[in-house]
Design a protein around this ligand. Sequence first.
Ligand code: NAP
Length: 494
Amino acid sequence: MTTAIAFAPRAGQQSVPTGLLIAGTWRDAADGSTFEVENPATGEVIAVIANGGPQDADAALSTAADVQKTWGRTAPRLRADILRRAYDLVMERQDWIAEIMTSEMGKPLAEARGEVAYAADYLRWFSEEAVRIDGDAGISGDGKNRIFVTREPVGPCVLVTPWNFPLAMGTRKIAPAVAAGCTMVLKPPQQTPLTSLALATILMEAGLPDGVLNIVTTTSAGSVVGQWMSSKLARKVSFTGSTEVGKVLLRQAADNVMKSSMELGGNAPFIVCADADLDVAVEGAIAAKMRNMGEACTAANRLYVHRSVIEEFSTRLAARMGDLRVGNGMDADVQVGPLIDDKGRTKVQQLVDDALSRGAVAVTGGTTPEGPGYFYPPTVLTNVPADADLMSEEIFGPVAPVVPFDDEDEMIRLANDTDWGLVGYVFSQNLDRAFDLSERLEVGMVGINTGIVANPAAPFGGVKQSGLGREGGKVGIDDFLEYKYMTTPRRRGA
Ligand code: NAP
Protein backbone atom coordinates (compact mmCIF):
# COMPACT_ATOMS: atom_id res chain seq x y z
CA MET A 1 0.00 0.00 0.00
CA THR A 2 1.36 3.45 -0.91
CA THR A 3 0.00 6.93 -0.31
CA ALA A 4 -1.87 8.46 -3.24
CA ILE A 5 0.19 10.84 -5.39
CA ALA A 6 -1.71 13.35 -7.50
CA PHE A 7 -0.62 14.21 -11.02
CA ALA A 8 -0.52 17.49 -12.93
CA PRO A 9 1.19 17.56 -16.33
CA ARG A 10 3.00 20.83 -15.49
CA ALA A 11 3.84 22.69 -12.29
CA GLY A 12 1.05 24.99 -11.18
CA GLN A 13 -1.63 23.23 -13.25
CA GLN A 14 -4.79 21.72 -11.85
CA SER A 15 -3.99 18.23 -10.56
CA VAL A 16 -6.01 15.11 -11.30
CA PRO A 17 -7.86 13.50 -8.36
CA THR A 18 -6.45 10.22 -7.08
CA GLY A 19 -9.58 8.67 -5.57
CA LEU A 20 -12.64 6.70 -6.55
CA LEU A 21 -15.64 8.86 -7.47
CA ILE A 22 -18.72 7.65 -5.62
CA ALA A 23 -21.84 9.75 -4.96
CA GLY A 24 -19.99 12.91 -5.96
CA THR A 25 -17.10 12.53 -3.53
CA TRP A 26 -13.54 11.40 -4.10
CA ARG A 27 -12.61 8.62 -1.72
CA ASP A 28 -9.89 6.09 -0.99
CA ALA A 29 -10.48 2.42 -1.71
CA ALA A 30 -12.28 0.68 1.15
CA ASP A 31 -9.12 -1.28 1.96
CA GLY A 32 -6.87 1.76 1.39
CA SER A 33 -4.93 0.13 -1.45
CA THR A 34 -3.47 2.05 -4.38
CA PHE A 35 -1.70 1.41 -7.69
CA GLU A 36 0.86 3.17 -9.83
CA VAL A 37 0.38 4.82 -13.22
CA GLU A 38 3.43 4.79 -15.48
CA ASN A 39 4.56 6.98 -18.38
CA PRO A 40 5.33 4.54 -21.24
CA ALA A 41 7.84 6.95 -22.81
CA THR A 42 10.09 6.99 -19.73
CA GLY A 43 8.98 4.10 -17.52
CA GLU A 44 8.54 6.59 -14.65
CA VAL A 45 5.68 6.37 -12.16
CA ILE A 46 3.65 9.57 -12.59
CA ALA A 47 0.78 9.01 -10.14
CA VAL A 48 -0.49 6.66 -7.46
CA ILE A 49 -4.26 6.26 -7.30
CA ALA A 50 -6.97 4.36 -5.45
CA ASN A 51 -7.25 0.65 -6.23
CA GLY A 52 -10.93 -0.19 -5.80
CA GLY A 53 -12.32 -3.62 -5.00
CA PRO A 54 -15.70 -5.39 -4.80
CA GLN A 55 -16.82 -3.36 -1.74
CA ASP A 56 -16.22 -0.12 -3.66
CA ALA A 57 -17.92 -1.61 -6.72
CA ASP A 58 -21.03 -2.27 -4.61
CA ALA A 59 -21.04 1.28 -3.20
CA ALA A 60 -20.72 2.76 -6.70
CA LEU A 61 -23.51 0.67 -8.22
CA SER A 62 -25.97 1.11 -5.36
CA THR A 63 -25.40 4.89 -5.66
CA ALA A 64 -26.07 4.72 -9.40
CA ALA A 65 -29.25 2.72 -8.79
CA ASP A 66 -30.52 5.21 -6.15
CA VAL A 67 -29.78 8.27 -8.27
CA GLN A 68 -31.35 6.67 -11.37
CA LYS A 69 -34.82 7.22 -9.88
CA THR A 70 -34.50 11.00 -10.02
CA TRP A 71 -31.98 11.41 -12.84
CA GLY A 72 -34.09 9.39 -15.26
CA ARG A 73 -36.94 11.88 -14.89
CA THR A 74 -34.94 15.11 -15.37
CA ALA A 75 -35.76 17.43 -18.24
CA PRO A 76 -33.90 16.56 -21.45
CA ARG A 77 -32.87 20.22 -21.78
CA LEU A 78 -31.15 20.10 -18.38
CA ARG A 79 -29.12 17.09 -19.50
CA ALA A 80 -28.37 18.72 -22.84
CA ASP A 81 -27.09 21.88 -21.14
CA ILE A 82 -24.75 19.87 -18.88
CA LEU A 83 -23.26 18.11 -21.89
CA ARG A 84 -22.89 21.36 -23.81
CA ARG A 85 -21.11 23.04 -20.85
CA ALA A 86 -18.86 19.97 -20.54
CA TYR A 87 -18.00 20.28 -24.24
CA ASP A 88 -17.02 23.93 -23.76
CA LEU A 89 -14.93 23.14 -20.67
CA VAL A 90 -13.12 20.21 -22.31
CA MET A 91 -12.22 22.41 -25.27
CA GLU A 92 -11.08 25.24 -22.95
CA ARG A 93 -8.79 22.72 -21.23
CA GLN A 94 -7.72 20.90 -24.38
CA ASP A 95 -4.01 21.29 -23.61
CA TRP A 96 -4.35 20.15 -19.99
CA ILE A 97 -6.19 16.97 -20.94
CA ALA A 98 -3.90 16.31 -23.93
CA GLU A 99 -0.84 16.50 -21.69
CA ILE A 100 -2.40 14.15 -19.12
CA MET A 101 -3.21 11.71 -21.92
CA THR A 102 0.24 11.88 -23.49
CA SER A 103 1.87 11.40 -20.08
CA GLU A 104 -0.03 8.20 -19.28
CA MET A 105 -0.60 6.75 -22.76
CA GLY A 106 2.30 8.01 -24.88
CA LYS A 107 0.59 9.36 -28.00
CA PRO A 108 2.17 12.54 -29.43
CA LEU A 109 0.70 15.79 -28.12
CA ALA A 110 -0.72 16.78 -31.52
CA GLU A 111 -2.64 13.50 -31.67
CA ALA A 112 -3.74 13.86 -28.05
CA ARG A 113 -5.13 17.34 -28.81
CA GLY A 114 -6.92 15.82 -31.80
CA GLU A 115 -8.42 13.13 -29.59
CA VAL A 116 -9.60 15.75 -27.08
CA ALA A 117 -11.46 17.61 -29.86
CA TYR A 118 -12.88 14.36 -31.25
CA ALA A 119 -13.94 13.15 -27.80
CA ALA A 120 -15.48 16.52 -26.89
CA ASP A 121 -17.52 16.37 -30.06
CA TYR A 122 -19.46 13.40 -28.62
CA LEU A 123 -20.45 15.63 -25.68
CA ARG A 124 -21.67 18.26 -28.14
CA TRP A 125 -23.37 15.76 -30.47
CA PHE A 126 -25.32 14.10 -27.65
CA SER A 127 -26.20 17.47 -26.08
CA GLU A 128 -28.04 18.00 -29.37
CA GLU A 129 -29.58 14.50 -29.35
CA ALA A 130 -30.81 14.69 -25.72
CA VAL A 131 -33.74 16.91 -26.71
CA ARG A 132 -34.67 14.83 -29.75
CA ILE A 133 -35.66 11.55 -28.05
CA ASP A 134 -38.84 10.80 -29.91
CA GLY A 135 -41.79 8.43 -29.57
CA ASP A 136 -44.75 7.37 -31.63
CA ALA A 137 -48.54 7.41 -31.51
CA GLY A 138 -51.16 5.57 -33.52
CA ILE A 139 -54.31 3.51 -33.67
CA SER A 140 -54.39 -0.29 -33.65
CA GLY A 141 -55.26 -2.11 -36.85
CA ASP A 142 -58.75 -2.99 -35.69
CA GLY A 143 -59.35 0.63 -34.66
CA LYS A 144 -60.13 -0.31 -31.07
CA ASN A 145 -57.06 1.04 -29.24
CA ARG A 146 -54.88 4.09 -29.05
CA ILE A 147 -51.16 3.31 -28.97
CA PHE A 148 -48.50 5.53 -27.40
CA VAL A 149 -44.83 4.65 -27.65
CA THR A 150 -42.31 6.51 -25.46
CA ARG A 151 -38.66 5.92 -24.77
CA GLU A 152 -37.16 5.72 -21.30
CA PRO A 153 -33.59 5.46 -19.99
CA VAL A 154 -32.52 1.84 -19.78
CA GLY A 155 -31.24 2.35 -16.23
CA PRO A 156 -27.85 2.13 -14.48
CA CYS A 157 -25.10 1.30 -16.99
CA VAL A 158 -21.79 -0.50 -16.56
CA LEU A 159 -19.15 1.19 -18.74
CA VAL A 160 -15.72 -0.38 -19.35
CA THR A 161 -13.13 1.38 -21.52
CA PRO A 162 -9.67 0.61 -23.00
CA TRP A 163 -6.39 2.53 -22.74
CA ASN A 164 -5.83 3.35 -26.42
CA PHE A 165 -8.23 6.32 -26.66
CA PRO A 166 -8.48 7.25 -22.98
CA LEU A 167 -10.85 10.21 -23.46
CA ALA A 168 -12.86 9.38 -26.58
CA MET A 169 -13.80 5.86 -25.50
CA GLY A 170 -15.20 7.43 -22.32
CA THR A 171 -17.20 10.26 -23.91
CA ARG A 172 -18.62 7.92 -26.58
CA LYS A 173 -20.41 6.10 -23.75
CA ILE A 174 -20.87 8.77 -21.06
CA ALA A 175 -22.39 11.37 -23.41
CA PRO A 176 -25.25 9.19 -24.76
CA ALA A 177 -25.87 7.78 -21.27
CA VAL A 178 -26.23 11.32 -19.84
CA ALA A 179 -28.39 12.38 -22.80
CA ALA A 180 -30.70 9.38 -22.32
CA GLY A 181 -30.97 9.89 -18.54
CA CYS A 182 -28.95 6.87 -17.39
CA THR A 183 -26.67 6.75 -14.37
CA MET A 184 -23.31 5.01 -14.69
CA VAL A 185 -20.53 3.06 -13.06
CA LEU A 186 -17.31 3.40 -15.05
CA LYS A 187 -14.19 1.25 -14.84
CA PRO A 188 -11.43 3.07 -16.71
CA PRO A 189 -8.35 1.20 -18.01
CA GLN A 190 -5.70 0.66 -15.34
CA GLN A 191 -2.93 1.97 -17.61
CA THR A 192 -4.63 5.30 -18.42
CA PRO A 193 -7.08 6.13 -15.61
CA LEU A 194 -6.03 9.78 -15.16
CA THR A 195 -7.77 11.04 -18.31
CA SER A 196 -11.13 9.62 -17.14
CA LEU A 197 -10.66 11.16 -13.69
CA ALA A 198 -9.87 14.53 -15.30
CA LEU A 199 -13.00 14.24 -17.45
CA ALA A 200 -15.07 13.52 -14.34
CA THR A 201 -13.90 16.79 -12.72
CA ILE A 202 -15.12 18.65 -15.81
CA LEU A 203 -18.50 16.90 -15.90
CA MET A 204 -19.02 17.77 -12.24
CA GLU A 205 -18.08 21.38 -12.91
CA ALA A 206 -20.54 21.36 -15.81
CA GLY A 207 -23.30 20.48 -13.35
CA LEU A 208 -23.62 16.69 -13.55
CA PRO A 209 -25.44 15.78 -10.30
CA ASP A 210 -23.67 13.68 -7.68
CA GLY A 211 -23.93 9.96 -8.26
CA VAL A 212 -24.85 10.07 -11.95
CA LEU A 213 -21.29 9.10 -12.91
CA ASN A 214 -19.40 6.87 -10.47
CA ILE A 215 -15.86 5.71 -11.17
CA VAL A 216 -13.91 2.80 -9.73
CA THR A 217 -10.27 2.62 -10.78
CA THR A 218 -8.75 -0.77 -10.13
CA THR A 219 -6.16 -3.36 -11.06
CA SER A 220 -8.78 -6.09 -10.49
CA ALA A 221 -11.03 -5.52 -13.51
CA GLY A 222 -12.51 -9.00 -13.30
CA SER A 223 -13.67 -8.67 -9.70
CA VAL A 224 -14.96 -5.07 -9.90
CA VAL A 225 -16.77 -5.44 -13.22
CA GLY A 226 -17.81 -9.00 -12.32
CA GLN A 227 -19.49 -7.64 -9.19
CA TRP A 228 -21.48 -5.19 -11.32
CA MET A 229 -22.39 -7.80 -13.91
CA SER A 230 -23.73 -10.20 -11.29
CA SER A 231 -25.90 -7.52 -9.66
CA LYS A 232 -29.47 -7.12 -10.82
CA LEU A 233 -29.13 -3.34 -10.29
CA ALA A 234 -27.19 -2.80 -13.53
CA ARG A 235 -29.40 -2.86 -16.64
CA LYS A 236 -26.86 -2.38 -19.40
CA VAL A 237 -23.19 -2.99 -20.18
CA SER A 238 -21.25 -0.97 -22.72
CA PHE A 239 -17.74 -2.27 -23.32
CA THR A 240 -14.88 -1.26 -25.58
CA GLY A 241 -11.86 -3.54 -25.65
CA SER A 242 -10.67 -6.91 -26.84
CA THR A 243 -13.00 -9.52 -28.32
CA GLU A 244 -11.73 -11.96 -25.68
CA VAL A 245 -12.92 -9.83 -22.73
CA GLY A 246 -16.08 -8.85 -24.64
CA LYS A 247 -17.06 -12.52 -24.79
CA VAL A 248 -16.54 -12.88 -21.03
CA LEU A 249 -18.86 -9.90 -20.42
CA LEU A 250 -21.48 -11.20 -22.85
CA ARG A 251 -21.56 -14.51 -20.98
CA GLN A 252 -21.97 -12.62 -17.68
CA ALA A 253 -24.65 -10.36 -19.23
CA ALA A 254 -26.64 -13.42 -20.24
CA ASP A 255 -27.21 -14.38 -16.60
CA ASN A 256 -29.13 -11.16 -15.91
CA VAL A 257 -30.31 -10.62 -19.51
CA MET A 258 -28.52 -7.25 -19.65
CA LYS A 259 -28.68 -5.06 -22.72
CA SER A 260 -25.15 -5.22 -24.20
CA SER A 261 -23.08 -2.99 -26.46
CA MET A 262 -19.69 -4.29 -27.56
CA GLU A 263 -16.99 -2.36 -29.45
CA LEU A 264 -14.34 -5.04 -29.94
CA GLY A 265 -11.22 -5.75 -31.94
CA GLY A 266 -10.56 -5.43 -35.66
CA ASN A 267 -8.37 -6.78 -38.46
CA ALA A 268 -8.91 -4.08 -41.08
CA PRO A 269 -8.14 -4.75 -44.74
CA PHE A 270 -6.72 -1.72 -46.59
CA ILE A 271 -7.23 -2.10 -50.34
CA VAL A 272 -5.32 -0.14 -52.96
CA CYS A 273 -6.65 -0.72 -56.49
CA ALA A 274 -4.64 -0.30 -59.68
CA ASP A 275 -6.51 2.94 -60.42
CA ALA A 276 -5.92 4.51 -56.98
CA ASP A 277 -4.34 7.95 -56.62
CA LEU A 278 -1.15 6.77 -54.92
CA ASP A 279 -0.55 10.10 -53.13
CA VAL A 280 -3.98 9.77 -51.54
CA ALA A 281 -3.47 6.05 -50.82
CA VAL A 282 -0.09 6.55 -49.12
CA GLU A 283 -1.41 9.38 -46.93
CA GLY A 284 -4.49 7.25 -46.19
CA ALA A 285 -2.22 4.38 -45.14
CA ILE A 286 -0.21 6.67 -42.87
CA ALA A 287 -3.46 7.82 -41.20
CA ALA A 288 -4.99 4.34 -40.95
CA LYS A 289 -1.77 2.67 -39.82
CA MET A 290 0.12 5.26 -37.80
CA ARG A 291 -2.68 7.00 -35.90
CA ASN A 292 -2.10 6.11 -32.25
CA MET A 293 1.12 4.23 -33.20
CA GLY A 294 -1.08 1.58 -34.77
CA GLU A 295 -2.77 0.90 -31.43
CA ALA A 296 -6.28 1.43 -32.79
CA CYS A 297 -9.14 -0.99 -33.43
CA THR A 298 -9.48 0.77 -36.79
CA ALA A 299 -5.78 0.35 -37.70
CA ALA A 300 -5.04 -0.99 -41.19
CA ASN A 301 -3.86 -4.51 -40.36
CA ARG A 302 -3.48 -6.00 -43.86
CA LEU A 303 -2.63 -3.87 -46.89
CA TYR A 304 -3.78 -5.52 -50.14
CA VAL A 305 -2.23 -3.62 -53.05
CA HIS A 306 -2.74 -4.35 -56.76
CA ARG A 307 0.41 -5.95 -58.17
CA SER A 308 0.75 -3.24 -60.85
CA VAL A 309 1.29 -0.51 -58.22
CA ILE A 310 2.67 -2.41 -55.25
CA GLU A 311 6.31 -1.55 -55.79
CA GLU A 312 5.72 2.18 -56.08
CA PHE A 313 3.21 2.16 -53.19
CA SER A 314 5.56 0.19 -50.87
CA THR A 315 8.58 2.36 -51.70
CA ARG A 316 6.63 5.57 -51.04
CA LEU A 317 5.00 4.22 -47.88
CA ALA A 318 8.35 3.01 -46.50
CA ALA A 319 9.91 6.42 -47.20
CA ARG A 320 7.07 8.24 -45.41
CA MET A 321 7.03 5.84 -42.45
CA GLY A 322 10.81 5.75 -42.14
CA ASP A 323 10.86 9.58 -41.94
CA LEU A 324 8.42 9.81 -39.03
CA ARG A 325 10.06 11.10 -35.84
CA VAL A 326 9.78 8.61 -32.97
CA GLY A 327 10.15 9.82 -29.37
CA ASN A 328 8.54 11.11 -26.19
CA GLY A 329 5.13 12.42 -27.21
CA MET A 330 5.55 15.47 -24.96
CA ASP A 331 8.27 16.79 -27.36
CA ALA A 332 6.63 19.10 -29.85
CA ASP A 333 7.93 17.63 -33.12
CA VAL A 334 7.50 13.93 -32.25
CA GLN A 335 5.10 12.06 -34.58
CA VAL A 336 5.26 8.53 -33.13
CA GLY A 337 5.17 7.83 -29.40
CA PRO A 338 5.92 4.63 -27.47
CA LEU A 339 3.68 1.57 -27.35
CA ILE A 340 1.67 1.14 -24.15
CA ASP A 341 3.91 -1.39 -22.38
CA ASP A 342 6.54 -4.07 -22.73
CA LYS A 343 3.93 -6.80 -23.26
CA GLY A 344 2.37 -4.92 -26.19
CA ARG A 345 5.76 -4.25 -27.75
CA THR A 346 6.95 -7.84 -27.32
CA LYS A 347 3.81 -9.06 -29.10
CA VAL A 348 4.49 -6.70 -32.03
CA GLN A 349 8.10 -7.91 -32.29
CA GLN A 350 6.99 -11.55 -32.18
CA LEU A 351 4.52 -10.96 -35.03
CA VAL A 352 7.24 -9.26 -37.09
CA ASP A 353 9.76 -12.04 -36.35
CA ASP A 354 7.20 -14.66 -37.35
CA ALA A 355 6.56 -12.89 -40.68
CA LEU A 356 10.31 -12.47 -41.34
CA SER A 357 10.93 -16.13 -40.59
CA ARG A 358 8.34 -17.04 -43.24
CA GLY A 359 10.03 -14.95 -45.93
CA ALA A 360 8.70 -11.40 -45.41
CA VAL A 361 11.14 -8.51 -45.99
CA ALA A 362 11.40 -5.45 -43.72
CA VAL A 363 11.72 -2.45 -46.05
CA THR A 364 11.99 -0.19 -43.02
CA GLY A 365 11.99 -0.83 -39.26
CA GLY A 366 11.51 -4.31 -37.79
CA THR A 367 13.69 -4.28 -34.68
CA THR A 368 13.07 -3.19 -31.09
CA PRO A 369 15.35 -0.33 -30.00
CA GLU A 370 17.16 -0.09 -26.65
CA GLY A 371 15.12 1.44 -23.74
CA PRO A 372 14.03 3.40 -21.80
CA GLY A 373 10.43 3.58 -22.98
CA TYR A 374 8.48 1.06 -25.08
CA PHE A 375 9.31 2.45 -28.51
CA TYR A 376 8.93 0.51 -31.76
CA PRO A 377 9.94 1.85 -35.18
CA PRO A 378 7.44 2.36 -38.03
CA THR A 379 7.82 -0.84 -40.04
CA VAL A 380 6.85 -1.83 -43.60
CA LEU A 381 6.94 -5.53 -44.50
CA THR A 382 6.66 -6.83 -48.06
CA ASN A 383 6.47 -10.42 -49.41
CA VAL A 384 4.25 -11.29 -46.46
CA PRO A 385 2.87 -14.83 -46.83
CA ALA A 386 -0.84 -15.43 -46.19
CA ASP A 387 -0.10 -17.75 -43.27
CA ALA A 388 1.97 -15.19 -41.30
CA ASP A 389 0.41 -14.68 -37.85
CA LEU A 390 0.01 -10.92 -38.36
CA MET A 391 -2.42 -11.51 -41.22
CA SER A 392 -4.90 -13.06 -38.80
CA GLU A 393 -4.08 -11.26 -35.52
CA GLU A 394 -4.55 -7.65 -34.47
CA ILE A 395 -1.00 -6.19 -34.66
CA PHE A 396 -1.68 -3.14 -32.43
CA GLY A 397 1.60 -1.52 -33.45
CA PRO A 398 3.19 0.55 -36.25
CA VAL A 399 3.69 -2.36 -38.65
CA ALA A 400 2.28 -2.37 -42.20
CA PRO A 401 2.26 -5.76 -43.99
CA VAL A 402 1.87 -5.15 -47.75
CA VAL A 403 0.47 -8.01 -49.86
CA PRO A 404 -0.03 -8.05 -53.66
CA PHE A 405 -3.29 -9.02 -55.37
CA ASP A 406 -4.19 -9.67 -59.02
CA ASP A 407 -7.80 -10.73 -58.83
CA GLU A 408 -10.45 -8.64 -57.02
CA ASP A 409 -12.65 -11.62 -56.15
CA GLU A 410 -9.78 -13.51 -54.53
CA MET A 411 -8.65 -10.36 -52.68
CA ILE A 412 -12.19 -9.82 -51.29
CA ARG A 413 -12.30 -13.48 -50.22
CA LEU A 414 -9.03 -13.03 -48.29
CA ALA A 415 -10.14 -9.67 -46.85
CA ASN A 416 -13.30 -11.30 -45.47
CA ASP A 417 -11.50 -14.42 -44.26
CA THR A 418 -11.39 -13.28 -40.63
CA ASP A 419 -13.63 -13.47 -37.56
CA TRP A 420 -13.52 -9.67 -37.28
CA GLY A 421 -15.49 -7.09 -39.25
CA LEU A 422 -14.96 -3.62 -37.87
CA VAL A 423 -13.67 -1.48 -40.74
CA GLY A 424 -12.13 -1.65 -44.20
CA TYR A 425 -10.49 0.91 -46.50
CA VAL A 426 -10.77 1.10 -50.29
CA PHE A 427 -8.66 3.33 -52.53
CA SER A 428 -9.75 3.74 -56.15
CA GLN A 429 -10.47 6.74 -58.39
CA ASN A 430 -13.40 4.80 -59.85
CA LEU A 431 -16.19 5.37 -57.32
CA ASP A 432 -18.32 2.64 -58.85
CA ARG A 433 -15.53 0.13 -58.16
CA ALA A 434 -14.94 1.59 -54.68
CA PHE A 435 -18.62 1.27 -53.70
CA ASP A 436 -18.84 -2.24 -55.15
CA LEU A 437 -15.80 -3.41 -53.12
CA SER A 438 -17.12 -1.59 -50.02
CA GLU A 439 -20.44 -3.40 -50.32
CA ARG A 440 -18.67 -6.74 -50.56
CA LEU A 441 -16.53 -6.19 -47.45
CA GLU A 442 -18.00 -7.81 -44.32
CA VAL A 443 -17.44 -4.81 -42.04
CA GLY A 444 -19.44 -2.16 -40.20
CA MET A 445 -17.57 0.82 -41.67
CA VAL A 446 -15.60 1.62 -44.84
CA GLY A 447 -13.25 4.51 -45.55
CA ILE A 448 -13.28 5.26 -49.28
CA ASN A 449 -10.16 7.17 -50.29
CA THR A 450 -9.61 8.11 -46.64
CA GLY A 451 -7.79 6.48 -43.75
CA ILE A 452 -10.05 7.91 -41.02
CA VAL A 453 -13.65 6.84 -40.39
CA ALA A 454 -14.40 7.92 -36.82
CA ASN A 455 -16.92 10.76 -36.62
CA PRO A 456 -19.46 11.60 -33.88
CA ALA A 457 -22.15 12.10 -36.54
CA ALA A 458 -21.73 8.52 -37.81
CA PRO A 459 -22.64 5.12 -36.32
CA PHE A 460 -19.31 3.58 -35.22
CA GLY A 461 -19.17 -0.19 -34.82
CA GLY A 462 -18.56 -3.55 -36.38
CA VAL A 463 -20.09 -6.83 -37.48
CA LYS A 464 -19.04 -10.44 -36.79
CA GLN A 465 -16.80 -10.66 -33.71
CA SER A 466 -16.03 -6.92 -33.82
CA GLY A 467 -19.09 -6.14 -31.79
CA LEU A 468 -22.74 -5.42 -31.18
CA GLY A 469 -24.43 -2.02 -31.40
CA ARG A 470 -23.22 1.37 -32.62
CA GLU A 471 -21.75 4.44 -30.92
CA GLY A 472 -22.41 7.94 -32.27
CA GLY A 473 -24.66 9.13 -35.05
CA LYS A 474 -28.45 9.27 -34.81
CA VAL A 475 -28.58 5.71 -33.48
CA GLY A 476 -25.94 6.18 -30.77
CA ILE A 477 -28.49 7.04 -28.08
CA ASP A 478 -30.71 4.03 -28.88
CA ASP A 479 -28.62 1.55 -26.89
CA PHE A 480 -29.27 3.63 -23.74
CA LEU A 481 -33.05 3.75 -24.20
CA GLU A 482 -35.91 1.26 -23.92
CA TYR A 483 -39.29 1.51 -25.59
CA LYS A 484 -42.41 1.68 -23.49
CA TYR A 485 -45.78 1.18 -25.14
CA MET A 486 -48.99 2.34 -23.48
CA THR A 487 -52.45 1.64 -24.78
CA THR A 488 -56.01 2.60 -23.99
CA PRO A 489 -59.34 1.61 -25.56
CA ARG A 490 -60.61 4.11 -28.07
CA ARG A 491 -63.96 5.75 -27.62
CA ARG A 492 -65.55 6.17 -31.01
CA GLY A 493 -68.11 8.95 -31.07
CA ALA A 494 -70.39 9.59 -33.99
P1 NAP B 1 -8.88 -5.29 -22.94
O1 NAP B 1 -7.74 -6.01 -22.37
O2 NAP B 1 -10.06 -6.06 -23.39
O3 NAP B 1 -9.32 -4.22 -21.82
C1 NAP B 1 -10.39 -3.34 -22.01
C2 NAP B 1 -10.99 -3.02 -20.66
O4 NAP B 1 -11.54 -4.21 -20.10
C3 NAP B 1 -9.98 -2.49 -19.64
O5 NAP B 1 -10.61 -1.51 -18.84
C4 NAP B 1 -9.66 -3.74 -18.85
O6 NAP B 1 -9.18 -3.48 -17.55
C5 NAP B 1 -11.02 -4.39 -18.79
N1 NAP B 1 -10.97 -5.82 -18.48
C6 NAP B 1 -9.95 -6.69 -18.65
N2 NAP B 1 -10.31 -7.93 -18.22
C7 NAP B 1 -11.59 -7.83 -17.78
C8 NAP B 1 -12.52 -8.74 -17.21
N3 NAP B 1 -12.21 -10.03 -17.02
N4 NAP B 1 -13.74 -8.30 -16.88
C9 NAP B 1 -14.06 -7.01 -17.06
N5 NAP B 1 -13.22 -6.08 -17.58
C10 NAP B 1 -12.01 -6.49 -17.94
O7 NAP B 1 -8.47 -4.40 -24.18
P2 NAP B 1 -7.30 -3.33 -24.25
O8 NAP B 1 -6.02 -4.06 -24.42
O9 NAP B 1 -7.39 -2.35 -23.15
O10 NAP B 1 -7.70 -2.55 -25.58
C11 NAP B 1 -7.35 -2.99 -26.82
C12 NAP B 1 -8.51 -3.69 -27.51
O11 NAP B 1 -9.63 -2.82 -27.58
C13 NAP B 1 -8.17 -4.04 -28.95
O12 NAP B 1 -8.65 -5.31 -29.26
C14 NAP B 1 -8.94 -2.98 -29.74
O13 NAP B 1 -9.23 -3.37 -31.05
C15 NAP B 1 -10.14 -2.80 -28.91
N6 NAP B 1 -10.79 -1.51 -29.20
C16 NAP B 1 -11.97 -1.51 -29.88
C17 NAP B 1 -12.58 -0.31 -30.20
C18 NAP B 1 -13.87 -0.30 -30.95
O14 NAP B 1 -14.54 0.74 -30.94
N7 NAP B 1 -14.28 -1.36 -31.61
C19 NAP B 1 -11.99 0.89 -29.82
C20 NAP B 1 -10.79 0.86 -29.12
C21 NAP B 1 -10.20 -0.36 -28.81
P3 NAP B 1 -7.61 -3.36 -17.28
O15 NAP B 1 -7.21 -2.07 -17.83
O16 NAP B 1 -7.49 -3.41 -15.82
O17 NAP B 1 -6.96 -4.53 -17.96
